[in-house]
Ligand binder design. Sequence first.
Ligand code: AMP
Length: 380
Amino acid sequence: MDIGILGGGQLARMLALAGLPLGLRCRSLDPAPDAVAGHAGELVVGAYDDPEALRRLVQGVRLVTFEFENVPLAATDWLAEHVVVAPTPQALAIGQDRLREKQLFEALGMAVAPHRAADSRERLHAAVAAVGTPCIVKTRRLGYDGRGQVRLGAAATPADVDAAWNALDPAGGGGLIVEQFVPFDRELSVLAARSRTGEVAVYPLVENEHHGGILRRSRAPAPAVPAAAVRQAEQFVRAVLAHLDYAGVLAIELFLRGETLLANEMAPRVHNSGHWTIEGSVCSQFENHLRAVLGLPLGSTAMAGGGVATMVNLIGALPARPDLLALPGLHLHAYGKAPRPGRKLGHATVVGGDRDEVDRVAARAAALPAAAPDGWGFGA
Ligand code: AMP
């Protein structure tokens, strides 16, 4: 067994799949007995902070990595004492906390949305007053796919601020952050891999579209981004990787407003906005993550398959398999997860040489009706 992964969802499944051709095997730890990484590698079922489960995870592995950043501190502390952990617990600690991320980005010279931290109801009122409305109140920790966020409009009242405090239940820990609403033109992400040896490879910039806080579509290379912003994003991700002495794939989400880039957050792991790299890049983010954490030479991040890629997420319910596979050039990734509203069940990637044509096929995939619930047989 080569690599242990904390988490057994689709990211761990795709890491395990990427490892197989290299002769690398992965073992995941997940509390759910039906965690889908078990389809592609070994699965240990247990809580992330259960020492016995962690012991079974690390048994005979060369190192442990993560498919999500919200790992309990008890788990990272235990792991760091027993095995090599990559990326480092320091990178994870920053990636867990929206405030520390913004502080790091600013320290490295990157613009971020004006923001204030708030760890009490009173401080939340003061933070909203200082930042101004419209703004977004977010939990500093444990937010994902738009959860743990409340938007306050330009006309928000003190009662709305109270309601935000109540809704986000910060008693659960970590506190809140208030961010000024950025009227961005586009959302982008930059993904890069850094090997233990210090070698860095940066993927072409990605454009992302979210609805309801969930990523729906990614396109690479992001069309028509000013050259200066492309250069800045690459320099910035290189600076973050070097600063953290990072090993693995790192994703940074960005807002583009006019010619100006702002950094929103980072994910110290493989990322949904990099799924297109499986077919769209010479070496995928998953393979490069494995190469990076093991200190192996990195693969090329150049575009493959014609030079243009579009990925659409399949959320809540999957279209029928024959309908998807009838679309020319479509690559299907169904994760084998039980359907549930808002759940990422799969994605489809289209690659080619013509941006409009690639987007058209991807749009047809995204617009397909859901299959009958028993059409896939994944726990429906
Ligand atoms: P996050 O969890 O920070 O990635 O937020 C989810 C989505 O909410 C982002 O992808 C943006 O579409 C939107 N969002 C987050 N923060 C801001 C902000 N400060 N201003 C405008 N939109 C935001």
